[in-house]
Design a protein around this ligand. Structure first.
Ligand SMILES: CC(C)(COP(=O)(O)OP(=O)(O)OC[C@H]1O[C@@H](n2cnc3c(N)ncnc32)[C@H](O)[C@@H]1OP(=O)(O)O)[C@@H](O)C(=O)NCCC(=O)NCCS
Length: 131
């Protein structure tokens, strides 16, 4: 079970179980040191049109400050890589920015490659909430 403060911060009002974890292709991995919550990542397995094997969109990772630089981020990604292999995922990708040295180092040291360094991310937001 995730620490309650993390659930409250990221998935208020029960959305964690009712929405996120109700989809079999959503992944949430949590790291603990002894019994203390230390960090988590989440990712989405995506179907592709052009081939049968899915891709993994590794969306987000956070390690609590006091547990950083102890190999926890690396362990979380290694576990996600293991799931990718088990699920026959063809490719996993993650986005970060040039200024995030810790993330750049972490992704490099877990096998990530910057294959398209000039890629640019466009964000479409402010869609009306129709719910
Ligand atoms: C990025 C983050 C998840 C790294 O987690 P972590 O548990 O500290 O990482 P690890 O201890 O597993 O370190 C993995 C590698 O990155 C290196 N590294 C980690 N933090 C670093 C830093 N601040 N500066 C330089 N290198 C760093 C480690 O030395 C290690 O390298 P090695 O494999 O060559 O020994 C953590 O810093 C964090 O939660 N940051 C805030 C949230 C964030 O930016 N998330 C990423 C968004 S894209």
């Amino acid at each position: 079970m995730l620490a309650q403060e993390i659930v409250d911060k990221f998935w208020p009002e029960g959305r964690l179980n009712e929405t996120f974890l109700s989809k079999q292709t959503n992944y949430l991995l949590a790291a603990y040191v002894d019994d203390a919550f230390a960090g988590f990542l989440y990712a989405f397995e995506l179907d592709r049109l052009e081939q049968e094997r899915p891709m993994m969109f590794f969306y987000s990772i956070d390690v609590l400050e006091k547990y950083r630089r102890q190999g926890i981020g690396k362990r979380l990604i290694e576990e996600l890589n293991r799931i990718c292999a088990q699920r026959n995922v063809s490719k996993m990708y993650v986005l970060t920015d040039e200024a995030n040295t810790a993330a750049l180092k972490l992704y490099q040291s877990t096998g990530g490659k910057r294959v398209m360094p000039d890629n640019v991310l466009f964000v479409y937001k402010e869609f009306a909430d129709e719910g």
